[in-house]
Design a protein around this ligand. Structure first.
Ligand code: MSP
Length: 644
């Protein structure tokens, strides 16, 4: 019998030093979305996640609680498992680095690499950042602190084992060059290449100052460096040196997914470890951006975290997953606020998708007694809708294959919007008035049901309960078997005769008011009162004062009217590598389309404020009094450029 093609995807294994937050949920949900997509395509998927339980950081956290490290992590690991259950994560295996299967493999590998001479013993002196579990040289420190997280580092001197990474540097560079898809996105690839070209130092791979780790097999005074230990999890779970057949089936991994903070471990140390083992390298190492909060990156040690379990209880698992998958543009950071989450649910899910389904059901109930009719008379307009469905399938597939999750969602949204527009264009309520148009009405209803069927399949990887919830109201799927991805490619599979019946809204609208306590009054630049008594010549400032204002060129990548606020536009801006949301009181002067793609000037270091519940991260410059003109910059100036 021929084996199914395999697909092996991993998340980082998380430190169980504290409960996880939506940043971790982002990676795990995105990888789950991929795993579900590949299963729908017929792959034999191995999806791995787990916990990274050794190291000084965990030992410290446990001791502070007066607990043995293993007892301490056991409790947190249980809550992590429950979190993934709540988020409907479909991992194939959950690996803990404290499991015997893993510790044994770490020792075997350490031994092997030592015996072939790539690991050797020497003296170590260097600066160690415990939260990052990373060594730095003096020259790498920034003002004496950790260059990655800015925290204090400690000087460590010890006899240690070292891994000779430089030996493999040229081979790795060549691999990166000949496999452009290996490190994604491209900006990260450049960062990694530059880092390697600066010269790789020997990596210290053992420690003697604490015990909580895998003992070096031939020298029990040492424990294996936690990253050397942790990376090996990707091999343990699929049976390396233990179950040859399983290993052959899944290695090399298709994707290691993570955030940019740990790309170097995965794109430099890990491939070199694999080269030392003479194993093929993973096909792709992909780093997404960070979910940020107002005060910077969300992190357990800063204490500014958002608990995904609380969000799921409030908004439901489909909505929270959808928000996460949609939010981070490929490789970029994104800001989280509950208001943005609610806005997203209301606009994309309640308004667009939810309304499309409920309007269609209501019309089929009214005009065809709740039974989807067979299509009758076709018109040119239908072709447009069919093309939109075809294009949504093509684009969603392409974007998911590139791990560009946000664009995948955007692709599905285009179909939903097109179908909503189709309702307005065909005006079924008018067709229903004339008996002669009944034939045409059957086609319109069928086409809407068919668009919904396709949209539901495309959205299934991100929202796992959507399809079955929707099917209670529109019985268009045979749920005894999961629909395959390619069923979304074929127009016309929706069975005429299927029943529909109105039920609870799939995504109830959420009242923003309850979340708006921090609201601030909104001002439109056009309507600002100019005090008559103001001096004609404003007070002079010196150049230093002016330099404190960070003006940047920003590209408008999305723009929409704020609901229920006729003066406000909500702009999404790209500022170099970053994205921002800005609320601006210019809706009376500009339509969203006019600004889309334009380059504007952003006051980038203005304190964020909430306007009608949306966090506005800056202000765009506009001129004028009664008539307002936004300042536009030539398209050739790159976004992120400083305006001085
Ligand atoms: N234990 C290591 C990984 C070892 S993998 C062999 C580790 N653990 S961690 O708990 O710190 O998790 C880091 C990962 O969590 C990030 O790479 C990312 O996948 C996820 N995230 C943690 N905070 C995040 C955000 N604020 N935003 C997006 N992802 C975040 O590093």
């Amino acid at each position: 019998m021929q084996r199914k093609k395999s697909y092996y995807i991993t998340t980082p294994i998380y430190y169980p030093s504290d409960n996880l937050h939506i940043g971790h949920a982002y990676t795990t949900v995105a990888a789950d979305c991929m795993a579900r997509f590949k299963r729908m395509q017929g792959y034999d998927v191995f999806y791995l996640t787990g916990t990274d339980e050794h190291g000084q950081k965990i030992e410290k956290a446990a001791r502070e609680k007066g607990m043995e490290p293993i007892k301490y992590v056991d409790g947190i690991v249980e809550s992590i498992r429950q979190l993934w259950e709540t988020m409907l994560i479909t991992h194939t295996d959950f690996i803990r680095t404290t499991e015997a299967r893993h510790e044994q493999l770490v020792q075997k590998i350490f031994n092997k690499v030592y015996e072939q001479g790539d690991i050797f013993i020497s003296q170590y002196e260097g600066w160690y950042c415990t939260p990052c579990e990373t060594f730095f040289t003096e020259r790498q420190l920034v003002e004496g602190n950790c260059p990655d997280c800015g925290r204090e580092v400690e000087l460590l001197k010890e006899e240690s084992y070292f891994f000779n990474m430089a030996k493999y540097a040229d081979r790795l560079l060549e691999h990166i060059e000949t496999h452009p898809e290996f490190i994604q996105p491209e900006s990260r690839r450049n960062e990694v290449v530059n880092f390697i070209k600066m010269g790789l130092e020997d990596l210290c791979v053992s420690r003697t100052t604490f015990q909580w780790g895998v003992p070096v097999p031939f020298n029990q005074k040492h424990v294996v460096y936690v990253w050397f230990d942790a990376l090996i999890n990707y091999l343990t779970a699929i049976g390396y040196m233990d179950d040859e057949e399983k290993f052959k089936q899944y290695w090399p991994a298709d994707v290691h997914l993570m955030a940019k903070d740990i790309i170097r471990f995965h794109a430099i140390i890990w491939p070199i470890m694999l080269m030392a083992l003479d194993l093929p390298l993973p096909k792709k190492v992909c780093a997404h951006g960070w979910i940020m909060l107002e005060g910077g990156k969300m992190s357990k040690s800063k204490g500014n975290v958002v608990d995904p379990v609380v969000l799921v209880k409030k908004y439901g698992v489909d909505a929270v997953r959808y928000y996460l998958v949609r939010e981070l543009s490929f490789g970029q950071d994104g800001y989280y606020s509950e208001e943005m989450l609610v806005n997203r649910i209301n606009s994309d899910l309640a308004n667009d998708l939810g309304n499309l389904i409920s309007r269609t059901i209501a019309m089929i109930e009214r005009y065809f007694d709740g039974v989807i009719p067979a299509p009758g008379v076709a018109e040119a307009l239908d072709e447009d809708l069919i093309n939109a469905a075809r294009e949504a399938y093509r684009e969603a597939t392409e974007k998911l294959d590139k791990l560009d999750f946000a664009s995948y969602i955007v692709a599905t949204r285009k179909l939903v919007s097109r179908a909503n527009k189709y309702i307005d264009e065909t005006a079924p309520w008018l067709l229903a008035k004339e008996e002669a148009k009944k034939e045409r009405l059957t086609s319109v209803m069928y086409n809407l049901a068919e668009s919904i069927r396709i949209a539901l399949i495309l959205l299934a990887p991100s929202m796992p309960t959507l399809l079955s919830r929707a099917n209670r109201q529109m019985e268009i799927f045979d749920l005894s078997q999961n629909p395959s991805w390619d069923e979304a490619a074929e127009w016309g599979r929706c069975k005429a005769g299927s029943k529909v019946s109105r039920g609870e809204p799939l995504f109830p609208r959420i009242d923003l008011k309850s979340l708006e306590s921090g609201e601030q009054p909104v001002e439109s630049p056009g309507k600002k009162k100019v005090e008559k008594s103001q001096p004609a010549v404003p007070e002079l400032v010196d150049i230093e004062e002016f330099a404190r204002i960070d003006l940047r060129v920003a590209e408008v990548i999305a723009c929409e009217k704020m609901k229920k606020a006729d003066k406000l536009l909500v702009l999404r801006l790209r500022v170099g590598e970053e994205e921002r949301t800005v609320v601006s009181g210019i809706a009376q002067y500009y339509s969203p389309e006019e600004l889309l793609g334009k380059k504007v000037v952003l006051v980038a270091n203005l304190k964020p404020v909430k306007l009608r519940g949306v966090l506005s991260q800056g202000m765009i410059l506009a001129a004028g009094g009664d008539k307002v003109e936004v300042l536009l910059v030539d398209q050739d100036v790159p976004s992120g450029s400083r305006v001085k």
